[in-house]
Design a binder for this molecule. Structure first.
Ligand code: CMP
Length: 133
């Protein structure tokens, strides 16, 4: 099934000039980047995007991190792309992510993990709508 997912390069990876390498990884797959932009999230935007995590101990530092610099959200399209991109991204904590994954190669720890990727069709629809019309 052709799907769309939201992949967002986070401020740590943008600031360290890893965005091109991450985009290149996507371009070396069968998937297509169909929309992309660079933006700096407001505190309100970051709190809204991660509203599901409100109340967790990592929520406030996560919001501070997400507004610390530019993000690059993009929409990636292709067959079963949601799970495929999740697999490319790897485990949440970059220290525990498998070799060869984006988070292992470009992230630092549990928070500064280089990218975010939608985890389901429902989440993808919501997250794509958050950044793109
Ligand atoms: P992401 O996949 O974007 O979804 C929620 C984010 O919260 C996650 O990536 C991390 O950046 C952050 N996060 C999740 N769990 C933790 C944790 N235990 N400690 C610190 N940050 C976390």
């Amino acid at each position: 099934m052709i799907q769309r997912t939201l992949l967002m390069i986070k401020p740590d990876a943008v600031t360290r000039k890893c965005a091109g390498d991450i985009i290149s990884r996507i371009e070396h797959t069968e998937f297509r980047i169909v929309q992309l932009r660079m933006c700096v999230l407001s505190r309100n935007d970051a709190e809204k995007f991660y509203a599901v995590h409100r109340g967790q101990d990592f929520f406030e530092p996560l919001v501070d991190f997400m507004i610390s610099g530019p993000c690059i959200p993009m929409v990636v399209e292709g067959p079963e792309v949601i799970q495929a991109v999740r697999a490319m991204v790897g485990a949440t904590d970059s220290k525990q992510a498998a070799e060869g994954t984006i988070r292992k190669d470009f992230g630092t720890d549990g928070r500064r993990n280089a990218v975010h990727a939608s985890d389901s069709e429902e989440t993808a629809t919501r997250e794509i709508g958050f950044f793109f019309e």
